[in-house]
Design a protein. Structure first.
Length: 168
């Protein structure tokens, strides 16, 4: 969803500007120190479900990411051509599935704001399965849940690790 259908400006503001800024104020440190500290918390869990989990980040930083997202939700927007692509895709006799690593609250906020949810037959957050899309376990669970034939799937993502796991 993020980076594939939605422009990353919103996520950039939340994760690279708003979160570090609030963390710096809360901890009484410089913005640069806050960015380094948050980066050091992110690096070991990048690509795992915890990396995408708002509750995890609230425990680590004592900052409510939902509140941050609510402050800048007006920045959520589709990438150019994304909605046109989904409209054309809906002309085909296939089920369209949105599979995202986004925290469910964030996913719902973004879909509500953009209205893109109407183009999908199924919407799945990796949090529903307990595995990030970067893992083979996620794709096994998704396949067994939806029952799709692997050789009949068109899969689009902007993350090479996700593409690799889906392929495997």
């Amino acid at each position: 969803m993020d980076g594939t259908l939605l422009d990353l400006h919103f996520d950039d503001q939340v994760w690279n500007h708003q979160l570090p800024s609030q963390y710096a104020k809360q901890e009484g440190i410089t913005l640069e120190e806050a960015k380094e500290k948050i980066s050091s918390m992110m690096d070991p869990i990048r690509g795992t479900l915890l990396w995408y989990c708002f509750d995890h980040w609230q425990l680590l930083t004592n900052i409510d990411l939902c509140a941050i997202e609510n402050e800048v939700y007006n920045l959520v927007g589709p990438r150019p051509g994304a909605e046109d692509f989904l409209i054309r895709l809906s002309d085909y006799p296939a089920t369209t599935v949105l599979a995202t690593n986004a925290d469910r609250r964030s996913m719902e906020r973004k879909l509500s704001h953009t209205g893109l949810d109407k183009y999908f037959g199924h919407i799945v957050s990796s949090h529903d399965f307990g595995f990030a899309k970067e893992t083979n376990a996620f794709w096994s669970r998704l396949q067994s849940t939806l029952g799709f034939a692997n050789d009949k799937v068109l899969f689009i993502d902007d993350n090479h690790n996700v593409l690799r796991a889906a392929h495997e």
